[in-house]
Design a protein around this ligand. Structure first.
Ligand code: FAD
Length: 288
């Protein structure tokens, strides 16, 4: 891993002022890696509409790193989406992560005028032309609701054809699934960058469930590395950083030079991973 690799870091908007301050502090620390952008998730159905907006605006204005809001279409009307696009455009935001989203359980069936992410990409292009660089999601191991892998590949191609500029993958632990996915979509004529999403699993027991629900396979070798560490957060952190660094190294060996980190709003693991890979922050700040 060398200094010319490129990074982006993902955050989620917090509910409390204290959490928000911590997020900004984390972002300032990660800004020392000179990332391409920060992204901030969006609660489908608009549950984090204001918090995502405010977080993104502050990341841009205070941390001075380009910020990309995630935007999902289930549960939001075209008017809701149009309103947000207008606000983002007026604030100088130029990148958006366009998703279908998952409504939280209890919010009923998916509603909204746009049903799939390709509809949202089309809508953003219709409303705002080429203003936004549009990222979409990619699933090397298939989206869990897809009918089958081939169908999911075709649906990914729809998003690219609708006007997506690049994609970020769901987290995965088997690099071969990423290589295979990329090979298949290239053969289908899609040439947009497909950036691997790296998820350091610092809380393995908790993360295992939601990772599996997202359709990601947790290999036995990974579970074995965390065996017996449920009550040992410090060692888990070391293991998580080592596993993620190994993953980045393997991808890099195959020519991947851009990585998206699911930070869970913490800087410490990214610092550890980067250190293991020989990357040094370009600014003065270090993880607390
Ligand atoms: P789609 O691309 O629409 O795909 C969803 C399913 O529908 C797939 O099974 C696909 O095969 C199928 N499909 C797609 N298009 C069609 C079509 N035209 N006709 C028929 N079937 C179709 N969720 C959030 O709520 N907020 C976030 O901020 C968020 N950020 C994310 C960031 C990344 C990088 C990733 C990978 C995921 C993120 N998610 C987020 C999760 C995401 O919303 C869920 O995985 C969701 O279930 C699918 O969203 P999508 O955009 O991939 O949907």
């Amino acid at each position: 891993m060398s200094q010319d690799r490129r990074y982006s870091f993902e955050f989620f908007p917090t509910k409390t002022d204290a959490g928000h301050e911590k997020l900004l502090a984390t972002a300032r620390q990660l800004a020392t890696y000179n990332p391409d952008f920060f992204s901030c998730t969006y609660g489908a159905g608009g549950s984090t509409r204001d918090r995502t907006l405010n977080t993104v605006l502050q990341l841009e204005s205070e941390v001075k790193v380009p910020a990309a809001p995630h935007l999902s279409c289930v549960g939001d009307s075209k008017d809701d989406l149009r309103g947000l696009l207008t606000q983002y455009k007026a604030a100088g935001i130029t990148r958006i992560v366009a998703l279908r989203g998952d409504l939280p359980s209890g919010m009923g069936m998916a509603s909204g005028e746009l049903r799939h992410a390709n509809d949202l990409v089309e809508f953003i292009r219709e409303e705002t032309g080429d203003h936004f660089h549009i990222e979409v999601a990619a699933y090397p191991e298939m989206h869990p609701q897809a009918r089958n892998f081939e169908d999911d590949l075709n649906n990914f191609v729809r998003k690219a054809n609708a006007g997506a500029d690049s994609a970020i993958t769901q987290y995965f632990f088997n690099a071969d699934s990423y290589f295979y996915f990329v090979e298949r979509v290239r053969a289908m004529g899609v040439d947009i960058p497909i950036v691997p999403g790296i998820m350091p699993m610092h809380n393995f027991k908790q993360a295992r469930n939601f990772v599996t629900r997202a359709g990601t396979t947790v290999p036995d070798w990974l579970a074995e590395k965390f065996e017996g560490l449920d009550d040992d957060a410090e060692t888990r952190k070391l293991v998580a950083a080592t596993v993620a660094a190994g993953q980045v190294q393997k991808l890099a060996k195959h020519g991947v030079d851009t990585f998206h980190f699911y930070t869970m709003n913490r800087a410490d693991l990214v610092f550890a991973i980067s250190h293991l890979l020989g990357i040094r922050p370009q600014g003065a700040q270090k993880a607390a």
